[in-house]
Design a protein around this ligand. Structure first.
Ligand code: NOJ
Length: 530
């Protein structure tokens, strides 16, 4: 593996949803100064990089994924000076900064679009997609048609997401120049990487009905990110995740992206976004195994993740977020973060956050779930609809971080922009730290171990006991070093056939795996090095 790629195994990325991390100025919305004040906290988990969800100027119809100025900070988060302070402080603590790169669409309030929509002759008109009649019958991700009528030009414009998020026309070379300049602007400031939002959408083919993954996708990505001065810039794309497309985007000779998220294990246990289905952790295991093998065979980086701002909590769907919340949160972390790849921790995972339950739609903000609610209201009973929203809404993971168990949870002195998670009184950092079973302390130990042992970051991965159900056991090996990771799943069982070694980490009080017995969600890490 090329050096600039293999170095990525040393990254541990902590994803921040800035609105909900920490409010320093009492307006109920998290901000950059709040993040600066918690950099030591982030470092203490073992993270050495942060990914910030969009902090650019935006009307916030999709919480910042609708950008009206790519070169400015939204005042709700602070100023450019605050950002520069954040960057300098992060770097001084050994933390890299990864920004969100949202290039499929702008806000309808962006100058380009404000001009583009005024006349067919405006130089910015061709920065977007226009048609006299809708070219397709596509449904927008957040409800309704993807085509919206624009009175002044008598045309329709394309928006794959909200009406306020018009899709940018990447076939226009001027658009590509604009995005190259935007990347360069942030690189010149000193940022270390980009997480590229729905990047596969930037090439389309209307005639063939392709909303994404169009014929020029790879050429465009290479044009922006394949430039020599970006060699050491880390990139991770949100893009189609078939084996073929990951190879095409991340192959080391492609000069496109360093990595792409693979989300298929996060679809287990649900049908679509809002319907739960029966599941077993073994289904997740099988997908992870497949990707460990595929990425190893093709020398590709793999992203290790269970949560982000677009999903309800993994532990609530796949684990036991009640009686065994600590056990399943820590077992899942061990099973995922000790695989070979780049760990991404989403804020709140480290305290074992769980889904909320609200009885009124006013407790939600997410444009996607509100669109779904509006479409379904009256079609299914209200309580069932709310149960679906509680299960699937992206707001579950977007609620303000609970730093303590007080009424304002140490997040803000004002009313928060979105109600606190309904279990914040129980699930908050201060209380977690006071418990014998602290999810945070376990994360700390897990990442300290991963940081201390090169083999856990760079070593080869192989599965052990592949035929055994209800457990995930694997080895990491490098030279003479051998580490065994044992994660039991939902049910207690005895695993006598495992080699014996020195216990390095466990989430269970008794000697882990004593006599080969493992409790539900018990996990243990053993050093087998002779
Ligand atoms: C993916 C982002 O993660 C999500 O939050 C956003 O709504 C869409 N892309 C549109 O930008």
């Amino acid at each position: 593996m090329k050096k600039e790629f293999s170095d990525c195994y040393d990254l541990v990325v902590y994803q921040i949803y800035p609105r909900s991390f920490l409010d320093s100025n009492g307006d109920g919305i998290g901000d950059l100064s709040g993040i600066i004040s918690k950099l030591d906290y982030i470092r203490s988990i073992g993270a050495n990089a942060i990914w910030l969800c969009p902090i650019f100027k935006s009307p916030q119809c999709d919480n910042g994924y609708d950008i009206s100025d790519y070169r400015d900070i939204d005042p709700i988060y602070g100023t450019m000076t605050d950002f520069e302070r954040l960057l300098a402080a992060a770097h001084s603590k050994g933390i890299k900064v990864i920004m969100d790169f949202v290039a499929n669409h702008t806000s309808s309030e962006h100058e380009w679009f404000k001009r583009a929509r005024t006349s067919r002759e405006d130089p910015y008109h061709d920065y977007y997609y226009w048609a006299d009649e809708p070219l397709t019958d596509w449904r927008a991700e957040f409800g309704g048609s993807t085509w919206e009528y624009n009175e002044p030009t008598g045309e329709y414009y394309l928006h794959s997401f909200a009406v306020g998020q018009p899709d940018v026309n990447w076939t226009n070379p001027k658009v590509r120049e604009e995005y190259k300049a935007i990347v360069d602007f942030w690189v010149a400031k000193g940022v270390d990487g980009f997480r590229c939002d729905v990047l596969d959408h930037i090439s389309k083919d209307f005639a063939k009905g392709l909303r994404r993954n169009g014929p020029h996708l790879h050429e465009y990505i290479r044009e922006v990110f394949g430039r020599d001065h970006l060699t050491n810039i880390y990139t991770v794309g949100e893009a189609e995740t078939t084996e073929e497309s990951i190879l095409a985007t991340c192959g080391q000779d492609r000069r496109e992206l360093k990595s792409v998220f693979q989300f298929s294990h996060l679809a287990v246990g649900r049908k679509g976004r809002y319907t739960p289905v029966p599941h077993k952790m073994d289904e997740v295991k099988d997908i992870l195994v497949e990707w460990q093998r595929f990425t190893a065979a093709h020398d590709l980086l793999y992203i290790l993740l269970t949560d982000n701002h677009d999903r309800p909590w993994f532990n609530s769907r796949m684990g036991d977020d009640r009686a065994l919340r600590y056990e399943s949160a820590t077992c899942v972390a061990t099973m995922v973060y000790l695989l070979k790849g780049i760990p991404f921790i989403y804020q709140g995972q480290e305290i074992g956050c769980a889904n909320s339950h609200f009885t009124d739609i006013s407790a939600f903000n997410d444009v996607e779930c509100l669109g779904y609610y509006a479409e379904q209201k009256g079609r299914i009973p209200d309580d069932e609809l709310l149960a679906e929203i509680n299960f699937g809404s992206r707001d579950n993971s977007r609620r303000p971080f609970a730093w303590d168990g007080t009424a304002s949870h140490g997040f803000s002195t004002a009313a928060p922009w979105l109600p606190y998670a309904s279990r914040s009184g129980e699930i908050n950092l201060a209380d977690d730290l006071n418990r014998e079973k602290s999810v945070f302390r376990y994360y700390e130990a897990l990442f300290a171990l991963r940081g201390a042992r090169h083999v856990l970051r760079h070593g080869e991965w192989t599965q052990v006991l592949p035929e055994r159900e209800n457990c995930f056991v694997f080895l990491r090996e490098e030279g003479k070093e051998r580490i065994l990771v044992v994660c039991n799943c939902e049910k207690a069982q005895t695993l006598t056939e495992l080699p014996k070694g020195k216990l390095l980490l466990s989430n269970h009080k008794r000697t882990a795996g004593a006599n080969g017995e493992y409790a539900p969600y018990e996990c243990a890490v053993y050093d087998l090095t002779e």
